[in-house]
Design a protein around this ligand. Structure first.
Ligand code: FE2
Ligand code: FE2
Length: 244
């Protein structure tokens, strides 16, 4: 495999110019902060914003309450369906993003196949298709309780914000396959944990059949995680020229 970590003219470190170190440190010690105070000032300002802020979003009321299966309604009675819908919406959005993450990884791996990274494209395509099926599975689950799968729930919004960096890593033309696998590993770790939580939540909401269907998705996610983790580890070890 071609090395993805190379030596070069990186000028960010102080050791690039040893004769200037003394002067640089002296200047840094002599230069006052650009603004007075300490971290308490920013904490105070954040507290003020928090006190005056509303919520980041809301869950729309199920639009087909009348048409909602009475069995689903009975099961959700006395519970807080919006909390469940919020997490379902979050999973839906994440699985959709997962498809896009794998699309980008497939492009990266196919464009760099001559580097001998050895990541099987067919396996990546299978994982991508499974993410899509999970998305459709959650869409059906949301519809089955009378909610709207096209609505962006608050948790979906927050998750999308947290994932922005991952898609940026995967679509940056300069990143290596190993960099991209690290980003996918972060996504798969979060994905795996979120499915486990959603399954417990579905069970507690009385949605046993839904929880069983989600279990099959989790089994596929387990396979994704195992493979991505192994590929990433192997690539890092090879890059460091040590045995994995
Ligand atoms: Fe997923
Ligand atoms: Fe996955």
């Amino acid at each position: 495999m071609e090395k993805s970590t190379v030596l070069g003219t990186n000028r960010t470190g102080i050791d690039m110019s040893p004769i200037d170190i003394k002067e640089m440190v002296a200047l840094s010690n002599a230069t006052p902060s650009s603004s007075p105070g300490d971290e308490q000032a920013i904490a105070k300002m954040r507290r003020e914003y928090i006190a005056g802020a509303g919520v980041i979003g809301s869950v729309p009321p199920p639009g087909t309450l009348k048409g909602m299966a009475s069995t689903a309604m009975e099961k959700l009675a006395g519970k807080n369906p919006e909390a469940f819908i919020d997490k379902l919406g979050c999973r839906l959005a994440f699985e959709r993003s997962g498809v896009r993450l794998y699309d980008a990884l497939i492009t990266k791996c196919s464009a760099t196949v001559d580097q001998g990274h050895g990541i099987p494209l067919n396996t990546l395509r299978k994982f991508r298709d499974e993410e899509f099926r999970h998305f459709k599975l959650v869409e059906g689950a949301i519809r089955s309780i009378g909610a709207d799968p096209t609505a962006q729930t608050p948790s979906a919004d927050v998750d999308a914000m947290a994932s922005i960096g991952l898609i940026q890593v995967l679509t940056d033309p300069r990143t290596s396959v190993a960099h991209c696998l690290e980003a996918i590993l972060i996504a798969e770790l979060a994905d795996n944990d979120a499915w486990q939580l959603l399954i417990v939540l579905a069970e507690k909401m009385g949605m046993d059949e839904m929880a069983r269907e989600f279990q099959t998705a989790l089994q596929e996610e387990d396979v994704h995680l195992t493979h991505v983790r192994q590929w990433y580890k192997q690539m890092i070890m090879e890059d460091a020229a040590v045995a994995s």
